[in-house]
Design a protein around this ligand. Structure first.
Ligand code: NAD
Length: 503
């Protein structure tokens, strides 16, 4: 008997299409712990069709002047704002984050679209008059052709917009392969781009898993791939994409530290940690899951304030306006997070607040994990070295400022880090010395604004170009430099050049 479950299809050539898919994946309602829809899992033949369409559409799009391309971005921004509630509910229903977080996810993506509204200015290029006798040099940024993006489940609106906003504004066609766990919002965004006036085929969405990712990485017509996800897969994508001759940027996992100096405002730190460690159930690459108080006195005082604050956090369904955070994305992830908590216990860390076994009345099958706090975590523990990606805060006590700089600097990940202090000199030293890509000073989640760029270091990013801002423009374009000389003297006879007149 045919199932009545909704099926999410590819968005190819401006319309929904099932393609050749022989397989499909489950999309859960994390609040209820039930399958609510299915997504087609595409294969190389589906990508091939999208590439053919993109190839044709890109020529006209690249020839469209930048101001007209920017107008599509303006209209898209207006449309997304108009559809904000619908998009946020759809996002929460598949991801599990609360509505306010879903709106934040969409809003941070829109800020990149706002940057893209100014793309004519950014693409003006450079010019040197008189680089030699009668010689001028100018350079221009041209699109690569077809770009692709492969995105994670945790920001299904923001990260696709980081990528397709810039890639399309500069004149590329773009093929997005979103996470198969929450693929509906990316498709809606593509539909809204079409409604905003983007020609069919310039932005397409293909769904799938490893099979589709490999097809993208191997396809010779795709010039650049942007990836965001976990580090092992980011590294794989980077190596395979580069081996196929592509430009690749691949952002990976994270384990961000928040250093708390003895002079910090501890009430503010506790309020910041409540949001940064537990918001979105900790499923943020810029979450702050490790807190590093400097000195035992700071650690004891912080711990005393943290415990009641953590116990007061309200875990609820994603539509509950009073909930601090909702369920994690699926059962496998819930089991993984709880597994890491057990590992922490086995390794000898002190489990201060235990979030395992949490159930919400009326939603007993939902994928909820209660807030968890560990103290006396040490750098040799695996639960410290690896990303947990759940509502788990680990306290690592540092004896000195130098040790507090060393911990995030020597960690395998280097996405974000924060320092909480009232001392400008300590903050300045920390920002200069720490071996991490994005630093917050009294800012717990230092995600750079859209016109700067986003990117971590070490195993948090492979490749050397960040997302969005001018780094994004550089990633999605190639530079052409023209050296020109116009010799003096007029040409006579039949080769004479006559300035055409309007007629
Ligand atoms: P993931 O690595 O499981 O999936 C990311 C993408 O890779 C998805 O589109 C998925 O379909 C694809 N994929 C999965 N398995 C694959 C395989 N074996 N081969 C090829 N492709 C494969 O990541 P996720 O669980 O969706 O997202 C969470 C991870 O993303 C966390 O590690 C988080 O830190 C990271 N993240 C990083 C950033 C950043 O900017 N550094 C931002 C957001 C999320």
């Amino acid at each position: 008997m045919a199932s009545a479950v909704r099926e999410v299809e590819h968005f190819i050539g401006g319309r929904a299409e099932r393609g050749e898919a022989a397989r499909s994946g489950d999309i859960f309602d994390p609040n209820r712990g039930e399958v609510q829809a299915r997504v087609v899992l595409g294969q190389a033949a589906d990508l091939e069709r999208a590439v053919e369409i993109a190839r044709a559409a890109q020529l006209g799009w690249a020839a469209t002047n930048p101001q007209r391309r920017a107008r599509v971005m303006f209209r898209f921004k207006e449309l997304v704002e108009r559809h904000m509630d619908e998009l946020a509910h759809l996002l929460s229903s598949e991801h599990g984050k609360v509505i306010a977080d879903s709106k934040g996810d969409i809003q941070r993506g829109l800020e990149v679209i706002e940057f893209c509204c100014g793309i004519p200015h950014v693409l003006k290029g450079e010019y040197t008059q008189g680089a030699g006798p009668g010689i001028d040099v100018y350079s221009m940024r041209q699109p690569l052709g077809i770009g692709a993006g492969i995105t994670p489940f945790n920001f299904p609106a923001m990260i696709p917009m980081w990528m397709f906003g810039v890639a399309i504004a500069v004149g590329n066609a773009f093929i997005l392969k979103p996470s198969e766990r929450d693929p509906s919002v990316p498709v809606r965004l593509a539909e809204l781009m079409t409604e905003a006036g983007l020609p069919d085929g310039v932005l397409q969405v293909v769904h799938g898993d490893k099979e589709m990712v490999d097809a993208i990485l191997d396809h010779p017509a795709i010039g650049a791939v942007s990836f965001v996800g976990s580090s092992d897969i980011a590294h794989y994508v980077y190596r395979r994409g580069v081996a196929a001759g592509k430009r690749v940027q691949a952002m990976g996992g994270a384990k961000n530290h928040g250093v708390v100096m003895p002079d910090a405002d501890l009430d503010q730190v506790v309020a910041d940690l409540a949001g940064a460690a537990f918001g979105s159930a900790g499923e943020r690459c810029m979450a702050l899951p490790v807190v590093v108080p400097v000195g035992d006195k700071t650690a004891d005082a912080l711990r005393a304030k943290l415990i009641p604050a953590i116990e007061a956090l309200r875990v609820g369904v994603s539509t509950d306006p009073d909930a601090h955070y909702g369920p994690v994305v699926n059962a496998a992830h819930k089991a993984r997070v709880e597994g890491w908590i057990q590992t922490g216990v086995d390794e000898g860390a002190e489990l201060v607040v235990d979030g395992r076994g949490f159930t919400l009345q009326g939603h007993e099958k939902g994928f909820f994990v209660g807030p968890t706090l560990f103290d006396r975590v040490t750098p040799t523990m695996r639960s410290y070295q690896e990303e947990i990606f759940g509502p788990v805060l680990q306290m690592v006590r540092a004896a000195s400022f130098d040790e507090a700089v060393r911990l995030p600097s020597e960690h395998q990940y280097g996405n974000g880090v924060a320092i909480f202090t009232r001392n400008g000199h300590a903050a300045r030293e920390f920002a200069a010395r720490v071996n991490v890509g994005m630093v917050g000073v009294n800012v717990p989640i230092p995600v750079p604004v859209a016109y700067h760029s986003f990117g971590g270091w070490k195993r948090s990013a492979f490749g050397d170009t960040n997302q969005h801002g001018m780094e994004g423009v550089r990633f999605w374009t190639k530079t052409k430099t023209v050296t020109q000389r116009w010799p003096d003297g007029s040409v006579t006879g039949e080769n004479a050049f006559v300035i055409p007149t309007m007629g």
